[in-house]
Write a protein that binds this ligand. Structure first.
Ligand code: PEP
Ligand code: MG
Length: 902
């Protein structure tokens, strides 16, 4: 159909003019209707009004110049093609007006069906439908209802109510029992409701109906639920929706008509086959509204074999054409099949892997493409344990699924109690109204975190995700009373020690312990499931795609681990070394007191004793790790605690001393401690005496650690192993700091390793902006750099890591200042630029300089792509994230054809 444009800028495309790659302009629905039209599939004729027209309307509050004329021209062409006119009293053309944005936003925007019906054309429609007055009046009442609700904001319940009244007067619950006269009466009732709420009669001019419906679809882009959905799915707010004007076809013309939805494969598991639902004698919205029960699509074979066969062949054709799982909507009008929609279908994480593997087998895509059909977030989902919900468990509350996984445990209300019970080997769920940085220890100790306030980016959510810990946030049905150590929900009281279960994917909260099972994918990574022999399509697909990713990736993947157990697990998950061993974690528990003595020591002797006691403990720590990582590099970072983490809290100490004094007790020792803690107290410990600064201020501390590392390496080598230690200095801002530490370290290493053959590299973290900007100088004294992007983000933005996420990030996310927390995904423009500069200048000064990253970003999918682009040698992340990083590093390394696994 040719259309004459009335203005230079083209706002309206006939279906025959578009194609599937024009999603930006025509929206997903419009682009795919065009694609199907061009494939020669039976699509009801129509046209698409572009997202640009919507953007212009939303910006100015009126339709852009030229749009009305272009709609007119396309409508005339459509009328010519169909041999019918909109609103013709004898044989009316009816159209649907449907939203369709670039990214699918299911059910979030508006649709109006049956546009073109009025008091005259309803009679014509009845005649055209073979005297089926019931059908014509039903179509008309649906138009008034949808139009009233969508376009004129008439409360939907009023229409529902009127419908119920007619049904009860008829003594039925079923719409299908109403006859033409009932429905004609209902149309009158609906028109009255319309007039009462709008102060005008229901518009009888079809063109006015059409224009108002188009405008309502434009405006539905900014409906509250659409805005919320976009924020959740990170869909940009300025895209706008396209509007599709499509010739109506009717599935409600009798038993030889119907409507359905289908998938070309199972979107839940990826299994091959046809999955769908069919509803005879119905319109699409009846399926969605669940008014009547659908039957499995296979039933259609019996009801209408020729339509069924045609549908199957179209589905096969679509899969081959899109080279992917497609979902479709169709209608059969008196035995004639019409395709109303198709798109590459959404699927679960498991289905994404399975389908990608199948499509490779079928020769539709290659393995590089398969890598782009899955992503790290999906893999992470597959690694969380699941609840076995085959028993009867009823959720008592539903919050936000903030960090996936399934966890059960005894309820505790304070961080301290969580730590206490966890130390006794109990599983606990930390329940708070909301968490703050003081809860960190409790969060680490807990199996899961449940809060009654806060969203996906609350402190609890962000931190839990970072830790890979299950979290449900914002479960506001729960009333938390921390002092009383209880919460109430659904009329029940849960006290400390009672067991609850939380599902971080669905946000559901259960009372009691719901059994969990480890995910099969973790069993595979752990080595207890052999992908080559197991008859599990998911495991086989994961294995195949991971193997390909490993073959393609340029980035190595290491892990952040401080214990032998973590190191061993990470190695099974594919870690190729340790990129960050945080030694301060080795100073907690029993050893805390030694460190306290060391830090507060005023005399050489006191300090020496503490160091001498620590040395063998540290040596044993490192030996264990080197043994687990036999043959692989292990980066050990010298101690970097913010001081306050090792000293007793000042306020608490002061209170204890005052109370003891009051009681007349001897407090000389406590007073001395209090004085020392006061002396060392910092207002801003994160910017205070930590990292290399601490090493330069406390004599012997770094030296002890260097000695322990070297001695442990020698011991492992002498026992026949291969130790490859890399000593890393934290928080360096100036090359002189590094040179000072290096000089002493080299002396000790030379003394310890002797002729053992052990080689020790010395390098630095780049986590202070000044270090990034003077990387050329620093590289002279470093054999490697590892980017500490947590601190680099903190100091690059001037954001306190401990405070800001709970304090105001939610607002920044709301305002769109961030799309995502910069602590979660690297800020490419700012912090990323520091990384780039340091990488370039470091390598320029020392060509063989090894470069890695060990901040949290090392396990974040988007950030991994960035580190690949910048040319780092490796990323290092928590053990659980290692497979995700391997996959994303592989994806980063293969070229994409632009397909989007969203
Ligand atoms: C960092 O700052 O990115 C880092 C890895 O060190 P930490 O998180 O221990 O400060
Ligand atoms: Mg740091």
């Amino acid at each position: 159909m040719a259309a004459q444009e009335t203005d230079d800028h083209k706002y309206v495309y006939d279906f025959s003019e578009g194609n599937k790659d024009l999603k930006d302009l025509l929206g997903g629905k419009g682009a795919n209707l065009a694609e199907m039209t061009n494939l020669g599939l039976p699509v009801p004729p129509g046209f698409t009004i572009t997202t640009e027209a919507c953007q212009a309307y939303l910006a100015t509050g009126r339709e852009p110049d030229g749009l009305a004329g272009q709609i007119e021209a396309h409508l005339e062409a459509l009328e010519r093609e169909m041999g019918k006119r909109l609103g013709d009293p004898g044989d009316p053309l009816l159209v649907s007006v449907r939203s369709g944005a670039k990214f699918s936003m299911p059910g979030m925007m508006e649709t109006v069906l049956n546009v073109g019906l009025n008091d005259q054309s309803v009679v014509g429609l009845s005649a055209q439908a073979g005297g089926n007055g019931r059908f014509a009046w039903d179509s008309y009442r649906r138009l008034i209802q949808m139009f009233g609700k969508t376009v004129c904001e008439v409360p939907g319940e009023e229409f529902e109510h009127a419908l119920d009244e007619v049904k009860s007067a008829r003594g039925t619950h079923n719409d299908l029992d109403l006859d033409a006269d009932d429905l004609r009466g209902l149309v009158d009732a609906y028109k009255k409701i319309f007039a009462k709420h709008t102060g005008r009669e229901f518009p009888q001019q079809p063109r006015e109906q059409l224009d108002l419906a188009i405008r309502a679809v434009f405006e539905s882009w900014n409906a509250e639920r659409a805005v919320l959905y976009r924020r959740q799915e990170r869909i940009p707010a300025d895209l706008g929706t396209a509007v599709n004007v499509v010739t109506m076809v009717f599935g409600n013309l009798g038993p030889d008509s119907g409507t359905g939805v289908a998938f070309t494969r199972d979107p839940g598991s990826g299994a091959q086959g046809i999955y769908g639902d069919y509803l005879a004698n119905a319109q699409g919205e009846d399926v969605v509204a669940g008014i009547r029960n659908t039957v499995p699509l296979q039933e259609l074979e019996r009801l209408d074999k020729s339509s069924y066969d045609e549908l199957l062949s179209i589905m096969a054709r679509l899969e081959e054409h899109y080279r992917d799982l497609c979902d479709i909507e169709f209608t059969i009008e008196r035995g004639k099949l019409w395709m109303l929609q198709t798109r590459v279908g959404k699927r679960t994480a498991a289905a994404a892997f399975v389908i990608a593997g199948q499509l490779v087998d079928e020769g539709l895509i290659d393995l590089d493409e398969a890598l782009h059909r899955v992503n790290g977030a999906q893999l992470a989902q597959l690694m969380f344990p699941r609840f076995q919900l085959d028993h009867e468990f009823e959720a008592v509350a539903t919050g936000i699924g903030a960090s996936p996984g399934a966890a059960s445990g005894a309820v505790v209300f304070t961080s301290a109690r969580a730590v206490e019970l966890a130390a006794e080997g109990k599983s606990v769920i930390l329940v708070r109204r909301e968490t703050n940085p003081d809860d960190l220890n409790g969060m680490i100790a807990a199996k899961g975190i449940l809060t009654s306030r806060g969203g996906k980016t609350s402190h609890a959510a962000v931190v839990a995700r970072g830790m890979g810990k299950t979290c449900v946030s914002g479960a506001d049905e729960i009333d938390v009373n921390v002092p009383a150590k209880r919460f109430t929900v659904a009329g029940r009281t849960v006290t400390e020690g009672d067991v609850v279960s939380i599902d971080g994917t669905t946000g559901k909260v259960y009372l009691g312990e719901v059994p969990v099972m480890p995910s099969e994918v973790v069993q595979y990574f752990e080595g207890s499931l052999d992908a080559e022999h197991v008859d599990n399509p998911l495991v086989r697909a994961v294995h195949r795609i991971m193997t390909h990713a490993d073959g393609k990736r340029r980035l190595a993947v290491r892990t952040n681990a401080d214990t032998g157990a973590d190191a061993a697990r990470a190695r099974r998950f594919g870690a190729e070394g340790i990129g960050l061993c945080r030694t301060e974690h080795m100073f907690l528990g029993d050893r805390r007191e030694l460190v306290e003595r060391l830090i507060l020591a005023r005399a050489e002797g006191e300090r020496g004793e503490a160091l001498a006691a620590l040395l063998p403990l540290q040596r044993a720590d490192f030996e264990e790790i080197f043994r687990e990582m036999d043959g692989l590099p292990v980066t050990v970072r010298l101690i970097d605690p913010p001081l306050h983490e090792f000293l007793p809290p000042l306020e608490q100490l002061a209170v204890n001393v005052a109370v003891a004094q009051e009681r007349g007790e001897d407090v000389a020792k406590e007073e001395a401690l209090l004085a020392a803690v006061r002396r060392m107290h910092e207002e801003n410990p994160m910017l205070g005496l930590r990292g290399v600064r601490l090493g330069l201020v406390i004599p012997g501390l770094f030296a002890m650690q260097v000695r322990a590392i070297a001695e442990a390496a020698v011991a492992v080598v002498r026992a026949g192993g291969v130790a490859r230690p890399e000593i890393m200095v934290p928080l360096v801002g100036a090359v002189q700091e590094l040179e000072t530490v290096r000089a002493e370290a080299e002396r000790i290493i030379a003394e310890v390793v002797g002729d053992s053959g052990v080689e020790v590299l010395i390098g630095t973290m780049i986590e202070v902006p000044r270090a990034a900007l003077t990387a050329g100088q620093i590289a002279e004294a470093a054999e490697f750099f590892s980017f500490g992007t947590n601190d680099l983000t903190q100091m690059g933005w001037g954001f306190s890591r401990d405070d800001v996420e709970g304090a105001f990030f939610w607002r920044y996310l709301e305002l769109g200042i961030f799309g995502i927390s910069p602590f979660e995904s690297i800020d490419r423009d700012g912090v990323g630029r520091l990384v780039r500069i340091a990488a370039e200048e470091g390598r320029a000064a020392r060509p063989g300089l090894k470069l890695g990253v060990c901040g949290e970003h090392g396990g974040d999918p988007d950030s991994v792509h960035f580190f690949h682009e910048v040319g780092l040698d490796y990323v290092s992340c928590s053990p659980f994230r290692v497979p995700v990083a391997r996959l994303e590093a592989g994806r980063a390394a293969v070229q994409t054809d632009g397909s989007d696994s969203r």
